[in-house]
Design a protein around this ligand. Structure first.
Ligand code: FMN
Length: 439
């Protein structure tokens, strides 16, 4: 008789290229360039060496400003995602290539064409992270300005995805190209596409937004959700909520993978990892970043304040437009009150308060304890996998791939080789249903 163990739920892993965010530590001597192709290549090759599902690029369509000047973290700029991924397709073999592209500021014809091209060039490895950036600050860069109401962002995104899928289905692989005609509230277009159906049928669709509308859109149309819920409790609640919504669209729980963005810090001992984590937090929240974080709450110019001194004794300005290109803190008064209580209770300076209140590393420990925690998260449905956000560019993933991936493989929860060639196959996703009539 052969012994049969219940199959363990497999972990999906992806790599986020860290660039324009406060996770990235540019002050570290090991940090390299954010724009040189060699940086993208290094991280992508590392992710592929680690047999990751995909490499992920975020998008910012405008540099954030701070007091009328470009934000410190943004000065290195941000190249266009699909362009970078096309180049990476040539130096990788199996790794999925995920581009964040706004559905608010792009047209479905152009999106479908660019993503189908990436899917062809990479042999079926393309993914589109559909974001809905709608703020007028970003919109000012575009012909229409800040043209879309909050309420319309997801109806446009859903129609953009549905339209792109119609376009991908309008020229069957190896078959006759047909005319498409789409008429809906946001798009009324007709013609013929220029690229035949992509190798994956439809590139993988990722969603990253957290409102009720965002979750509904994910349940109706996405293959993967990039969530921000990385703690076990928040992860389980989010996972249960989004998976529950799938039945409404005739979909099964396994048709959608939920992958929170997470950070990690490794050490040879637990104590060393914790020490390293504290050091990284101090690098991430420099005196300048601490003031910036406080200004986002207070909405006031705090440049005259000492980051090593006490919190401002004034109230936040609810009308502030000081920091542009960032999601506004929902209730700055509540945050300020919480920070003040923390600062008073522990005698903390501005910088120490910001570190204490905001610095979080999702997984801190030895490679063994981090591997165990990742498995536990996935086994208990706090996530189906993770999008790892290293704090160093471009070498920040090396230690994870060298030290944690082999342990996940030993535990039987991560692949030891790629089974297929497409991103869809890495994710275990069903082939998209053909909607183009008889091919
Ligand atoms: C984890 C996560 C990552 C995101 N990444 C991006 C991004 O790279 N570029 C972007 O323009 N918007 C990004 N967004 C913003 C969302 O697309 C959306 O505009 C925002 O979350 C507001 O929508 P919501 O109210 O549904 O959350 C991200 C959102 C989340 C939750």
């Amino acid at each position: 008789m052969t012994e049969s163990r219940p199959a363990r739920k497999q972990i999906h892993l992806a790599a986020h290229f860290p660039g324009v965010n406060s996770t990235t530590v540019w002050s570290d001597p090991r940090s390299g360039s954010q724009i040189d192709f060699s940086s993208f290549e290094h991280l992508a090759r590392t992710a592929e060496r680690g047999l990751f599902d995909f490499f992920f690029l975020a998008e910012g369509l405008r540099l954030r400003e701070y007091g009328g000047r470009i934000h410190d973290l943004d000065v290195v700029g941000r190249p266009e995602s699909i362009t970078v991924l096309n180049a990476l397709a040539a130096v990788t073999d199996r790794l999925g290539l995920a581009a964040t592209v706004s559905a608010t500021f792009n047209e479905p014809y152009e999106l479908a064409r660019r993503l189908a091209s990436l899917d062809h060039l990479s042999g079926g490895r393309a993914a589109w992270n559909v974001v809905t950036s709608s703020d007028a600050f970003t919109g000012a860069n575009f012909r229409r300005g800040g043209f879309l109401d909050r309420a319309d962002r997801y109806t446009r995104a859903a129609e953009a995805v549905a339209t792109a899928r119609e376009l991908w289905d309008s020229w069957p692989a190896g078959g006759e190209r047909r005319r498409f005609a789409h008429a809906g509230p946001h798009f009324r277009i007709e013609g013929e596409v220029t690229v035949e159906r992509p190798p994956q049928g439809h590139p993988v669709v990722i969603q990253a937004g957290d409102s009720d509308e965002g979750r509904e859109f994910a349940a109706s149309a996405a293959d993967v959700v990039f969530s921000r819920h990385s703690t076990p409790e928040a992860g389980r609640a989010f996972h249960a909520d989004v998976k529950r919504r799938l039945a409404r669209y005739g979909r099964r729980p396994e048709d959608l993978k939920i992958m929170p963005g997470v950070t990690y810090v490794l050490g040879d001992t637990e104590a060393e990892a914790r020490e390293r984590a504290a050091l990284i937090s101090r690098q991430q929240i420099s005196p300048q970043n601490a003031l910036l974080a406080a200004e986002q709450v207070w909405g006031r110019d705090l440049s005259g304040y000492d980051p090593d001194g006490p919190l401002p004794d004034v109230d936040p300005d609810p009308e502030s437009t000081l920091v542009q290109g960032r999601v506004r803190i929902a209730d700055p008064f509540a945050v300020a009150a919480r920070w003040r209580a923390l600062s008073e209770a522990k005698g903390l300076s501005i910088r120490e308060t910001v570190i204490e209140a905001t610095a979080r590393h999702s997984f801190v420990g030895t490679p063994e304890s981090v591997a165990a925690a990742l498995e536990e998260h996935v086994a208990t449905d706090a996530a189906d996998g993770f999008i790892l956000i290293p704090h160093l560019t471009p070498g920040g993933l090396d230690d994870f791939v060298d030290r944690v991936v082999p342990l996940l493989q030993e535990r039987g929860v991560f692949r030891t080789e790629y089974a297929g060639t497409t991103l869809r196959s890495h994710l275990g996703l069903p082939a998209p249903v053909w909607k183009g009539g008889t091919p």
